[in-house]
Design a protein around this ligand. Structure first.
Ligand SMILES: O=C(O)CCC(=O)C(=O)O
Length: 336
């Protein structure tokens, strides 16, 4: 039977407790594990359009080596395009439940596309405080409009417009990341699938939660993608694991948050780090976020770029394999 219990429905009934299955173990609870000590470092922020582009490359490479995450400002996506993206996504999640269920991920589907809850299989049977909607946005040949909301009616045009800009930002990031490794500008994009890279949009909806100290919105993970480009709403919640502690990402209006994903870690032979991150939730407000995961096509083979291997000793801890095989192992918690 399909479990259609959505966190949004549970949250609307919750008063000052949450169901046991949402209570994380003490080594995960945000109230215990978030670093609040002195001198909390900030995730690096990069001005993508700064005239000194050599320095932009250096800053992006440094952030990707040390953090696996950075924010970008001056990225070229107009604030009104981001605002509309947020408005239409919020509108969808505020529709009556039955209307959202029309977009539910089909029970036996291989693809992640559709409206759903609880993506990760948790060995302890625990759940995360999150509902979501996934659909591909690029390239046009990958789009299945079955999963794009028809309400509000502007949803499709707004998402298409945002995508047009995201593709441009992605190209700039791939180029900077390649140059930062001493490679030619097209190296990482080419290694991740070139023009066939698939852009999967996810909208995360984290309803207000009476016990944000006990639960998580998304549990600690690294992304399967090559890169992830994320727009948050104004409610803080994203945390990054750095130097053995969980650190909050500061909210910068209109900034994009960039995650280095597993495929770029593999392609770069570990020079760039796929970032371990998680999200907390808020007591008063719904948190939302719009990550776009840039993924190789499923049959695309990804491995360390040969230019980054030492010809005298080309050993590497990273396997070369099809993206679909990587994904299968990761989603089923099997060794790569
Ligand atoms: O909501 C966020 O800021 C992060 C979301 C995330 O990590 C995910 O959906 O995989």
């Amino acid at each position: 039977m399909v479990d259609t219990t959505r966190v949004q429905a549970i949250a609307s009934l919750a008063q000052d407790t949450i169901p046991e299955e949402f209570i994380r173990s003490s080594n995960e609870q945000p109230a215990i594990t978030t670093y609040n000590g002195p001198a909390v470092p900030d995730i690096p922020t990069v001005d993508l359009n700064h005239p000194d582009q050599d320095n932009v490359v250096r800053l992006i490479a440094e952030a990707s080596r040390e953090w696996g995450m950075f924010q970008v400002v001056n990225h070229g996506i107009p604030p009104e395009v981001i605002k509309k993206l947020q408005e239409v996504g919020k509108h969808f999640f505020e529709l009556p439940q039955e209307e959202k269920e029309a977009y539910a991920k089909p029970p036996d589907a291989k693809s992640l596309e559709g409206y759903g809850t609880n993506l990760q299989k948790d060995p302890n049977g625990k759940k995360a405080w999150n509902d979501h909607l996934f659909h591909r946005v690029w390239p046009p040949s990958c789009i299945n409009y079955q999963f794009w909301p028809k309400n509000p009616p502007s949803y499709i045009d707004v998402n298409k417009e945002y995508t047009k800009y995201v593709v441009e930002v992605a190209d700039k990031l791939f180029t900077a990341l390649s140059l930062g490794l001493g490679l030619e500008g097209g190296a990482l994009k080419g290694g991740a699938g070139g023009e066939d890279i698939e852009y999967m949009l996810k909208i995360n909806y984290y309803p207000p939660c009476p016990r944000p100290d006990l639960t998580l919105g998304v549990v600690a993970h690294t992304d399967l993608s090559a890169l992830t480009i994320l727009v948050p709403n104004e409610v803080p919640g994203l945390q990054v694991f750095k130097d053995d502690r969980w650190i909050d990402a500061k909210y910068i209006p209109n900034a994009l948050i960039i995650h280095i994903g597993d495929q770029v870690e593999v392609l770069s032979n570990g020079k760039y780090k796929s970032v371990l991150h998680r999200t907390t939730v808020s007591k008063e407000k719904a948190r939302m976020s719009w990550p776009v995961f840039l993924e190789p096509p499923s049959d695309w083979v990804v491995g360390p770029l040969p230019q980054l291997l030492d010809p005298a000793n080309p050993t590497t801890p990273y396997k070369t394999k099809k993206f679909k095989d990587y994904m299968y192992c990761k989603l089923n918690k099997l060794p790569q």
